[in-house]
Design a binder for this molecule. Structure first.
Ligand code: ADP
Length: 499
């Protein structure tokens, strides 16, 4: 299998991509198409399922065409995807009954608030590891059933199928033969009992969703199906599937309890491997399957920060402080410190561990000497402070035995070495950046590699993980404590602003 290649489909919120990897993680070919968002009303976010499918097919075909000499060796395909985004389609015609309702969509906030007031959140958290929030799929499904004429009857009759993006793409790739998802994607619906690993009847009843809509749930490395031959020129096995953050955890080879991956893109998502036992967070983190292989599940704690790189984009596009995100580094370094300026980038509320959707962004500590450089530095420093908030919550939730000494970071922001060093300093932990920067797509490819025999065990993926850069903490603890205290004051002001 030394010439084997692995094809990853990475269907994200902003783009649909296909990447052909060598077993060592080298990118042999890549195709990508931007994906539009539609916002028909305030708080509504939708995407076209037709575009999602056609763009994905286009990207796969493009990769296969450009790497034609390696294509014969594709051992299997892996799929990774934006999570929670909801599609319902007709099992006979394949026609979606409504647009994809994207994870960012808040139209079901009232329904969630109603269920929360009625006291249902605790039972939902106990079963799913999640919080009662519009972010997850269940209330999106309920909305489609209740608002698109005729859909509830068709669903009850078994004529319709629900799926997150992975499941929809699999159904399309197999020519409508396979209606299957994987455990990580299923776990983001609020309908899947993550402890018992099955669709939960009581939750289906609570959200009033017919079981006939639901897909089968498989391990992350499994024989999901084969592509219809006319689509990609040959039949390929789809052998791997995982939601994007879970795939990144796998791509970062975080297979030991206590290992953490943190992805700094538009937002930031950190997952910590906590081993084989489900554990409910006491600090408003989510409990989620990290992966399930050969029927054995490993769990993770997950924390999300809504705004990470988006704050840098805001400084670039709205304040015009620089033209290119990469210039933020030199600007931040042009001043010796933040001069008491703190930037809480709560543009879309605060995520974990605060979960305060109404919070607004704030820049505190401005004086006559403050410059754009201080604000830029504060925005980069904020990535580390927010990560400290998350890691403290993770640490409090996890066993002392799972001490996390190293954080494996990825995403667009890790190109910024100032940010990486400051992160290591504030976390007081080593920060490692991998050589394979496409960790999400690589995670999906690695799962396909496990299913197809390119890899025989997780250790093979660990062996393949190579370090590009390492940052070790350099800061005195007194300085770290003073900075973090001032950050907490800024957070406090942000939360006070809500009263
Ligand atoms: P996503 O996958 O969420 O679209 P990416 O992982 O591609 O995001 O990261 C893009 C983000 O990283 C953007 O918000 C951009 O502002 C930020 N970014 C990219 N390079 C740098 C840099 N050198 N310094 C600071 N921020 C950067």
């Amino acid at each position: 299998m030394s010439n084997a290649t692995l094809l990853a489909i990475d269907q994200g919120t902003t783009s649909s991509r296909a990447i052909l990897f060598s077993p060592g993680g080298e990118i042999l070919a890549l195709k990508q198409k931007e994906l539009a968002l539609q916002t028909p009303h305030k708080g509504w976010v939708e995407q076209s399922p037709v575009d999602i499918w056609e763009d994905t097919l286009w990207a796969c075909r493009g990769v296969i065409e450009s790497a034609h000499d390696r294509v014969a060796n594709i051992a299997a395909i892996g799929i990774t995807n934006q999570r929670e985004t909801t599609i319902i389609w007709d099992r006979k015609t394949g026609e979606p009954v409504y647009n994809a309702i994207v994870w960012q969509d808040r139209r079901t906030a009232d329904l969630c608030a109603k269920l929360k007031d009625a006291g249902f959140e605790q039972i939902i958290t106990d079963k799913t590891g999640l919080l009662l929030d519009p972010y997850f799929s269940a209330t999106k499904i309920a909305w489609i059933l209740d608002n698109v004429p005729g859909v509830r009857d068709r669903a009850q009759n078994g004529d319709l199928a629900f799926g997150t993006i992975d499941c929809f793409l699999l159904w399309k790739l197999t020519g409508g033969k396979t209606h299957t998802t994987d455990v990580t994607n299923a776990s983001r619906t609020l309908l899947y009992n993550t402890r018992e690993q099955k669709w939960d009847e009581a939750l289906l009843e609570l959200f009033n969703i017919p079981a006939a809509l639901l897909p089968e749930v498989k391990d992350n490395a499994a024989t999901f199906g084969t592509t219809q031959a006319n689509l990609l020129g040959a039949s390929y096995t789809i052998g791997g599937m995982a939601g994007d953050q879970h795939a990144a955890l796998i791509g970062q080879a975080c297979f030991e309890p206590g290992m953490v991956k943190s992805t700094y893109g538009t937002g930031c998502f950190a997952l910590m491997n906590i081993g084989t036992e489900f554990k409910t967070s006491q600090n408003r983190l989510l409990t989620t399957p990290a992966y399930r292989l050969n029927g054995e599940i490993t769990y993770a704690l997950e924390g999300s920060i809504f705004t990470a790189g988006a704050a840098i984009q805001w400084l670039r596009d709205n304040l015009g402080l620089f033209e290119d995100a990469a210039q933020s580094e030199a600007l931040a370094r042009s001043v010796p410190d933040n001069n008491q300026v703190y930037f809480v980038p709560a543009f879309t509320g605060l995520g974990a561990p605060y979960w305060e959707p109404e919070a607004k962004a704030m820049i505190t500590g401005l004086s006559r000497e403050s410059t754009g450089a201080h604000i830029t530095r504060a925005a980069l420093e904020a990535q580390a402070y927010q990560s400290c908030d998350l890691m403290q919550a993770m640490h409090a939730d996890s066993d002392a035995a799972h001490a996390m000494n190293v954080i494996r970071a990825d995403g667009g922001l890790v190109a910024n070495e100032f940010m990486c060093q400051f992160l290591a300093d504030m976390l007081d932990r080593t920060v490692e950046i991998p050589a394979v920067t496409e960790t999400t797509a690589w995670g999906a490819a690695a799962l396909a590699g496990l299913q197809s025999g390119v890899f025989t065990e997780l250790d093979d993926i660990t062996q393949n993980w190579t370090l590009a850069r390492r940052y070790t903490p350099q800061m005195q603890s007194s300085e770290r404590q003073a900075l973090f205290k001032a950050w907490k004051t800024a957070i406090h002001s942000t939360l006070q602003g809500l009263i």
